[in-house]
Design a protein around this ligand. Structure first.
Ligand SMILES: Nc1ncnc2c1ncn2[C@@H]1O[C@H](COP(=O)(O)OP(=O)(O)OP(=O)(O)O)[C@@H](O)[C@H]1O
Ligand SMILES: [Mg+2]
Length: 541
């Protein structure tokens, strides 16, 4: 299997330059503390790794201590881990300067233990000063880099020592880098924020990569500049700029052979089942397990409705009271699985596209299909005529319920509405999906072909020999959430296919009031139907 860990750091130029400058300053006796702040997987450790290599190349000792989630560690464990490693490579005779602090340090660090170590009172300032002097001694003339990883899980004593050190390093040959997850509230995060206000200390916030950054990572991971455009759009939609997910999704796509290296280069076929990295799925399931069965079930029902979902559908779908559903949503929001969707009343949103895909992937096929069928009925009853985005949502539900003729009819309706509103690329995509579902329904196929031939763009790409595949209907996203009035998108990329679209807000479709599948069928001519089917078949694999 091709390794998908990115061999180079993509972007982060200014952050890397800042860290390099701090390292150099520490080597010249002007130390500092800096916090790297960012969400899980954004690349904190990656930057630290690069800095470590740089420090080692310059002959600086590097000490690393880590806090571990939920581990019952003794107090000050991260510092003890780092300092013991430092002591391993230094003869104690180098540490004469420490004499009066050895009893306090010896309580933590066996190599420094003295007869008085068992007698001294615990005093954080004395201990902190002892740590400072030990770091100074270990730094010698070359300077020293101390890395404290994952301080969101650190014990209070470790954080207290780090806070003390942060105020003292300006004239010391020591750089301390601490990494903290931004989403884990607690004293570690407070310390990191507090550093911003201190002289001689600072915090660097790491954001997600932009699209160019993701594309750069994919090229580097796959060691190729010729990456199919649909790989990039598939990935950026799911990884949302998180480097960890870029690597994980690539690995999953290669394992499932959705992404393959052929003699001619990389080829990609959009996976038919959700691809969710194992580590990510585990973390979703572990979090949900703490919320209890009722919330777990409500979230699974919500996942069937898509990434953005209307909570008003949930009581009936999940078979729970409105209050119970509201409580589950609150709990899921506390667990950072969902959030309210801005601006549209009643809608919520899974914080990450992979969150709902992880829940969906975990539902047995028959249950998912049953739930989708029930949801379809609820939607059709609650919004007669399926106005706005409801028609597309209904199509997605029909598709999940394996009701292909209904999916085809609803996609056809969505496509023709999009065409009427001038959203040609959206129309084309919906119609091509409809074609994939209506394999034997001649009148529907004829109508689809007729509409596909109508737009100038559509005419070009339809004739371009693309294969007709049964691809999943595009999920209702934030800008096409059910019930919102902001539907309609236009393509800004060139012709070439439904998979590589970049979409922006487009004009709103006129309200049609009803899904008129039957009327569409009646209007179709037999000749159009036959022509359409022939073309369709010639594209089937
Ligand atoms: N800028 C980048 N360029 C290329 N690869 C990156 C970049 N940032 C992160 N990665 C890769 O993404 C993965 C996750 O990064 P990393 O472990 O540094 O995240 P983290 O912020 O430390 O997460 P956590 O909070 O879980 O420790 C790593 O395999 C890393 O190599
Ligand atoms: Mg890390």
């Amino acid at each position: 299997m091709v390794p998908t860990l990115c061999p180079v750091i993509v972007g982060r130029d200014s952050e890397r330059a800042k860290l390099r400058a701090m390292l150099q300053a520490a080597a010249h006796g002007r130390g500092a503390t800096v916090a790297l702040l960012g969400e899980a997987g954004v690349g904190k450790t990656r930057l630290v790794r690069e800095l470590t290599e740089r420090a080692q190349a310059a002959g600086m000792p590097v000490l690393v201590g880590r806090a571990v989630e939920g581990a019952p560690c003794p107090a000050l464990h991260p510092l003890v881990e780092a300092l013991l490693a430092g002591l391993r490579s230094r003869p104690l005779s180098d540490l004469a300067d420490l004499a009066s602090f050895r009893p306090a340090l010896g309580r933590l660090l066996p190599p420094l233990r003295t007869e008085q170590s068992g007698l001294v009172e615990e005093s954080m300032p004395v201990l902190s000063e002892g740590v400072l002097r030990l770091l100074r001694a270990l730094a010698g003339r070359s300077g020293l880099l101390l890395i404290c990883e994952d301080m969101q899980w650190a014990d209070v004593e470790t954080l207290a020592v780090l806070e003390y050190l942060a105020a003292q390093l300006r004239d010391e040959p020591v750089l301390i880098v601490i990494t903290v997850r931004r989403e884990t509230a607690g004293q570690g995060l407070d310390l990191a924020h507090g550093l911003q206000a201190r002289a001689g200390a600072s915090a660097i916030e790491l954001d997600r990569l932009d699209e160019a950054g993701v594309a750069g990572m994919v090229r580097a991971c796959l060691d190729s500049h010729a990456i199919p455009e649909d790989v990039l759009s598939w990935l950026s939609e799911r990884a949302e700029g998180l480097p960890f997910l870029v690597e994980e999704l690539l690995a999953s796509a290669i394992t499932s052979e959705a992404l393959r290296r052929d003699p001619g280069g990389w080829s990609f076929s959009s996976p038919t089942r959700p691809v969710v990295p194992v580590g990510f799925a585990d973390s979703v399931h572990r979090r949900l397990a703490t919320a209890g069965d009722a919330t777990d079930w409500v979230m699974r029902c919500a996942a069937v409705l898509g990434r953005v979902f209307d909570a008003r559908l949930l009581p009936e779908l999940a078979g729970q009271s409105r209050d119970a559903v509201a409580a589950s949503l609150r709990r899921a929001a506390e667990l950072q699985l969902v959030t309210r969707h801005d601006g549209v009343h009643g809608t919520h949103r899974f914080r990450h596209a992979l969150t709902y895909e992880a829940l969906l992937a975990d539902l047995p096929g028959y249950q998912r299909s049953e739930l989708a069928g029930t949801a379809l009925k609820i939607v059709e009853e609650a919004w007669p005529g399926l106005p706005d985005g409801w028609c597309m949502l209904a199509a997605q539900l029909a598709e999940q319920a394996d009701d292909h003729s209904r999916a085809a009819a609803l996609l056809l309706e969505s496509g023709s509405r999009a065409l009427a509103s001038g959203a040609l690329s959206t129309a084309q995509h919906a119609l091509e999906q409809a074609r994939g579902h209506a394999t034997t329904d001649e009148p529907t196929l004829a109508r689809i072909e007729q509409l596909l031939l109508r737009g100038p763009r559509a005419g070009r790409t339809v004739g371009a020999g693309r294969r007709c595949r049964r691809t999943p209907a595009r999920r209702a996203g934030p800008d096409r959430c059910p019930g919102s009035r902001t539907r309609g998108r236009t393509a800004v990329t060139g012709a070439g296919g439904g998979t590589g679209h970049r979409l922006g807000p487009g004009p709103r479709a006129p309200r049609t009031g009803a899904c008129r599948h039957s009327r569409g069928r009646r209007r179709d001519s037999a000749g159009g139907c036959v022509r359409g089917r022939r073309r369709d078949r010639s594209r089937q694999r």
